[in-house]
Structure formats: C-alpha cells, structure tokens
Design a protein around this ligand. Structure first.
Ligand code: MG
Length: 337
C-alpha cells in the first residue's frame, strides 16, 4: 500500500463554544491508502481535551510509515488489530487509518459499507443540529438560520436553564442538551427536572468523566435519559456505563475507528444501553463513516460539516436531519487529496 497524509485547518462558520472553551478553526488529519490503484480515505480531527494534536498524528505516522505501507491488506478488522498494536498511544491516528482501510475495502468490493453489513438506511435516525454556547440572541439567530427538527444545545454554564427556556419560545423542535461534564451532582439534580419541563429528551455527560459514584446516584434519580460521552471513550468503558448511564455516545476518533465502534455497538445492545454516535466536527469524510453506522443507532449527532465554513469532500447530505446517502462505494465519498 502507498500512504499519503495531509493536515487541513477548517474555519467554523461561527466561533464554536462548549463548556470547555471556544474554537474558530478545526484542525483535521486526513490519510490516503492506495492499493492496486484504488484510494481509501480516513480522517481524525484533533480535539484539545484529548491531547492528540494533528502534528502528533503526522509524526507518529511518519515514524512507522514503512510498517503501515507493508501490511498485506485483506480486511479492515485485521488491519485495525495491526494498527492498534503499532500505535498504542494514538487512537486518533488509528481511527484515520482504520477508516481509510474500510473505505478502501468497500471500494474493492464495489459496495458502500452499510450494504456489506446488510443494514437498511431507512432505519437511520435523524441527525440533530448543534447550537454552541453563546448569548441568547445569538443562539436564537443560529437556530433560525437553520430550522431543524432536533437541536443539541451545549450547556454547562450558570444560566443554562434560562438559555434553554429562551430557545424554547422560538421552536417546538426536540431538544437534547450536552453539559460536557460541566455540572455537579447538585446542579444536575436541580436542572434536569426543569429541562424536562422544557421538552428536553436527553442529557449528555452531566458530570465529570470519572465521577462514577455521583453518576450512580444521578442515574437512580434522573427523570431524563443520561448519555455518556467523555465517560465512554474506549471499548472497556461500555461495561462501566451500565447502571450509570442510559446510553452511550460513541465517537470514531476517541474509540479508534469504525472497527471498535462496531464492537461497542454490539456490547452496548447486549447491556441494554441506548446508542448514539457523535461527531467531532469532521468533514464529509468522517461524517460519511458515521452515516454507515447510523442504521444501527437510536440517536445520531453528525452535523460537523454543517458547522464548518468549508468542506473538503462530498458525501452525505441532509434534508431536515434525514441522511441522504450517495451511491458511491466504500464510505460513499467523492474526494481528491
Ligand atoms: Mg458530547
């Protein structure tokens, strides 16, 4: 196989604020694997609080380029195992390579991945659209800019219940909220019933990621379903979320790709956990990978491309939250690096 990679810096349409800070640009790392003239692509955006900058992904990959290229590629699951041992400290890099392996595999088989997995795209849930933390006027303006059936609202600040109440005056859409670990147990117990009154359907990551003790208490008292994001990073975390959360938000980058994400979906279903896959502001490359998994999910949050000012690839489109798939093989994208 021949390997190429490239770093992109993608500006957001609006500065994007969550309880952990604001960003105006999303750096992302894209890889290309070429085999017998066919090219597969994968992507991993860098997220500050996971501490793996794109420069680290490039440096780690270059240091072991020869091993990545010499692998006798036959199927993506075997490739993931190889990569997982090659880059034990860089799940983001493994994700990009695993995704490229799956894109390549689908292209070699001339099928889109959901077809290879016998999934029916008619069962894919609608994606939400994210509203970052801002002044209430600006949040209303962002909502009006994109009328949508489901909004995910970033919370985790002092006046967040008032924020949601103000937004509710402008729409009947379904609301989800994501506190990004911004609440204490006391705040969560106080806010959740108020948010339920405001028509919120679920709460993502209310407490600090390692606060399992308070999560057990909150789980027993919450009147809204609780979803783990920062608390559910790798495969082993799925087990821990049982009896602490009602569902998990899997992200391809943090768990290290499509291969482990599929195993996490199976395990979560066995444990009776609800399933969401979320995004990290990927371009159409990473977004297309999420779309392949969407028919297996209860909820999906894959609006990354809608928040970016420009995209680098063409892939799925959205019609009021409904995913419109292409008829291209692999991830279903059109891209030239
Ligand atoms: Mg989240």
């Amino acid at each position: 196989m021949n390997l190429r990679h490239k770093i992109y810096e993608l500006p957001f349409t609006h500065p994007f604020t969550i309880s952990k800070g604001t960003k105006t640009v999303q750096p992302t790392f894209v890889v290309e694997l070429e085999f017998m003239g066919i090219r597969g692509y994968g992507e991993s955006p860098a997220i500050k609080y996971y501490n793996i900058p794109v420069e680290q992904m490039a440096a780690d990959l270059e240091a072991k380029r020869i091993f990545v290229e010499k692998f006798a590629f036959s199927d993506p699951e075997r490739y993931w195992h190889y990569l997982h041992h090659l880059f034990p400290n860089n799940p983001f890099l493994v994700c990009a390579l695993d995704m490229a392996g799956w894109d390549l595999y689908g292209k070699l088989k001339r099928k889109q991945l959901y077809q290879l997995w016998n999934l029916d795209t008619a069962t894919a849930p609608l994606t939400d659209y994210t509203i970052g933390i801002d002044t209430i006027d600006n949040m209303v303006a962002k909502m009006n800019e994109r009328p949508w059936p489901i909004y995910k609202i970033k919370v985790g600040v002092e006046n967040d219940v008032e924020m949601v109440a103000a937004l509710r005056k402008h729409t009947n859409a379904v609301f989800r909220v994501d506190a990004n670990a911004g609440w204490t147990l006391e705040q969560a117990l106080h806010k959740i019933p108020l948010l339920k009154e405001l028509g919120v359907e679920l709460i993502e990551q209310p407490l600090a990621k390692d606060n399992w003790e308070d999560m057990a208490t909150l789980f027993s008292k919450s009147t809204l379903p609780l979803f783990a994001d920062e608390s559910c990073v790798f495969e082993a975390d799925v087990e821990k979320c049982h009896q602490h959360f009602h569902g998990i938000n899997i992200k391809l980058t943090k768990c290290s790709g499509i291969t482990p994400a599929r195993r996490m979906i199976v395990r979560a279903k066995e444990l009776g956990l609800k399933l969401m896959v979320g995004c990290m502001n990927e371009t159409s490359i990473g977004t297309a990978a999420i779309a392949q998994l969407a028919p297996m999910l209860d909820y999906v949050d894959m609006d990354g491309t809608l928040l970016l000012k420009e995209d680098i690839a063409e892939g799925v489109q959205f019609d009021q939250g409904k995913i419109i798939y292409t008829d291209l093989p692999g991830l279903g994208i059109r891209f030239n690096m």
